[in-house]
Design a protein around this ligand. Sequence first.
Ligand SMILES: *[C@@H]1O[C@H](CO)[C@@H](O)[C@H](O)[C@H]1NC(C)=O
Ligand SMILES: *[C@@H]1O[C@H](CO)[C@@H](O)[C@H](O)[C@H]1NC(C)=O
Length: 219
Amino acid sequence: MLLQSIITALTVFGSILVQAIPALQLRQSAPPKSPPDFAIQQTLNISTGNPSKCAAGIRYFLQPIDHATYDGTVGDGSTFYQQFEVIDKYFKPRGLILFFQSTENANMVCLEQLAGPAWAAGLGALVVVLEHRYFGISCPYRLNYTEMATWPVPLLKPLTLDNVLLDSVTFYPGQPTMEDSRVYLVQGAGHTADIIMEDPADSDGLKEARGAYLETMKA
Ligand SMILES: *[C@@H]1O[C@H](CO)[C@@H](O)[C@H](O)[C@H]1NC(C)=O
Ligand SMILES: *[C@@H]1O[C@H](CO)[C@@H](O)[C@H](O)[C@H]1NC(C)=O
């Protein structure tokens, strides 16, 4: 019964996204640039200290700070460490990937506290949560979240919806058998309306980011 209702929920959610796509007038554009593979691998090996105490353990993904201007270099001015957690024990090759965009929290909410693992057990899915940029320990420019009230305003410039969406597009949790998997999105950060609703005032950057995001999250 649970599995059946999950599948129904996913099907409904998936069809909402699919229906939204034609309305978005997808623009053809190059995929956003990622840091070199070796640097990504090295970053996956760095300990995050696991402040949320997530049972499956957590890692960092090396993420460009500003996707639109990213030039492929690695360092404090161009990349930052973005925390994530993966539960792969239920995953069957070519199975679904349930992707959770984390909410805007001081501490990332672990997958163990979300519905994802229960769904994954029934679906043979991989389940992933990615911390929201500029929250918790996923802060660019070595900014300390506890001191956010004193952050220099110019450093907040890359905190845009475009960049949040493209974080999900470039993110790769390092699972070798997931290439053929379909991704289902669970937007925890309250950006669902921003993604589905188009506004004439949207910048070209946002339109492109939205298109790339929906293309990645295709059901
Ligand atoms: C990451 O850590 C593993 C295990 O310690 C090691 O084999 C691998 O070489 C490391 N990769 C990089 C890029 O540092
Ligand atoms: C962040 O700031 C708080 C409050 O100033 C401090 O206690 C903490 O040690 C800082 N964390 C890091 C990693 O520097």
